[in-house]
Design a protein around this ligand. Structure first.
Ligand code: PLP
Length: 423
């Protein structure tokens, strides 16, 4: 789509008419009379995901326990197969990705193997803006090793409270850092970090680096293998539309396949011997050895349909439309809502290479009230206190016209004082 972005209603119509992904909208269950701008928190249900869940129920109904062993989608191989469906969009070879557990559990599982404090190299580097559950996991990992959180967990600072600077982070890659754990896209501001650069810098100083890709998987193309990232995690329920909670992936670079998992469980054992029921753990092949428990087959079954749909659309096409959508949204905010009495401000970096799939719309006063008023008008964004409304247009099921309407609603809310009545 090489259509110039202009802050007008007619531009939305031109963009929608020329949108190669427009046919995908019909393949989702849209909420009636709702403009859904929250796919970065919980993506909507596609008809494909629904069908794959129903097919799994049917298998259970017809085959009982034999579902684990029979047929193409035998549940025993399910985690690897679903991992393989997510591998291409992450730039990973299929055996380096496995569907497993939940994000936080996977962070623990990977850090348990990859954080090996030794001599001077004892610290973990994260950042001030990181997602709370990641930090809780890092602190837990330090506590398990008997290390001091105050001394051994180092935070790269943010000067503006929104963004991180890659050079500032790289300057903290000292010979005391064992592992760096960073976000791909920051959950609040939507900043996309330069993962290739950070990985090069970390490796040049002998540091292992992992990324939490929850806010970029399914919306931004990745090159985990080419960048040489050591390990990563992401969830299924945001841009991958797998349904509420409990579904995640982990990536381990091939050069670490000989590493032993530490948070071991029977699903990480070699398939050939897992039912021998021996007390000796034999690590399985590839990233699969970091699995712990039997995967939730029903919960993860939606991913077969939803990932097939995303692969059909193509991650590069998804990214192109996402950038056009967020670019259009920011242009509208600048043109129509920046000055008084509106006073909205974009907290997301402007450059395409520095932003993910959502836009952080900031308002110093009554941002929570604005968010409530939007919901009352049938627009679903989400709110991150104290002042950020996250707006996330979906390239698969959203339209440019919905972005125009969202901005029109914002304008009417302020003009009518609805944000002061709400909350
Ligand atoms: C959504 C998200 C999680 C979720 O963790 P769960 O363990 O799956 O609940 C973790 N980290 C980040 C950065 C997220 O965006």
């Amino acid at each position: 789509m090489n259509i110039p972005i202009e802050p007008t209603a007619s531009c939305a119509q031109t963009l929608d008419r020329n949108d190669p992904l427009a046919p995908f909208r019909d393949r989702f269950h849209l909420l009636p009379d709702t403009i859904y701008m929250d796919g970065n928190s919980l993506g909507l249900l596609s008809k494909e995901a629904e069908a794959s869940l129903l097919a799994t129920l049917e298998t259970w109904k017809k085959r009982g326990v034999n579902g684990w062993f029979e047929g193409d989608g035998a549940w025993l191989d399910s985690a690897g197969q679903i991992g393989g469906l997510s591998a291409g969009m992450m730039g990973a070879a299929p055996d380096q990705v496995v569907h497993s557990a939940t994000v936080t559990v996977n962070i623990h599982a990977l850090l348990a193997s990859f954080y090996q404090p030794r001599d001077r190299r004892v610290k973990i580097l994260a950042d001030e803006l990181n997602f709370p559950t990641d930090i809780y996991a890092l602190k837990g990992q330090l506590a398990i090793r008997g290390r001091s959180v105050a001394e051994d967990l180092v935070f790269a600072p943010s000067t503006d409270g929104r963004t991180l600077d890659e050079d500032t982070i790289a300057a903290m890659f000292t010979d005391e850092i064992a592992v760096a754990w960073l976000p791909s896209v920051l959950y609040r501001s939507g900043q996309l970090l330069d993962m290739a650069y950070l990985t090069r810098q970390a490796h040049a100083r002998g540091i292992l680096i992992g990324f939490d890709c929850c806010h970029s998987a399914g919306i931004v193309p990745h090159e985990l293998d080419r960048w040489g990232v050591d390990f990563a995690v992401w969830c299924g329920y945001k841009y991958l539309n797998s349904g509420p909670g409990g579904s995640a992936f982990l990536y381990v670079n091939r050069r670490h396949f000989a590493r032993e998992p530490v948070l071991t469980g029977w699903f990480g054992n070699r398939r050939e011997t897992m039912f021998d029921m021996s007390h000796e753990f034999e690590a399985g092949s590839g990233a699969g050895r970091w699995q712990i428990s039997s995967p939730g087959i029903l919960g993860s079954s939606t991913l077969r349909g939803s990932l097939a749909l995303i692969n059909e659309a193509g991650i590069d096409n998804i990214r192109a439309k996402s950038l056009a959508m967020t670019g259009y949204l920011m242009a509208l905010l600048d043109e129509h809502l920046a000055g008084p009495p509106y006073d909205f401000k974009v907290g997301t970096p402007r450059e395409a290479r520095r932003r993910g799939g959502h836009v952080a719309v900031e308002r110093a006063v009554a941002a929570g009230g604005v968010c409530d008023a939007l919901i009352a008008r049938g627009v679903v964004p989400d709110f991150r206190p104290p002042n950020v409304i996250r707006i996330c247009p979906s390239p698969l099921y959203g339209t440019f016209d919905e972005i125009w309407q969202t901005v029109t609603h914002l304008k009417a809310i302020i003009a009518g004082g609805e944000h002061l009545a709400a909350r």
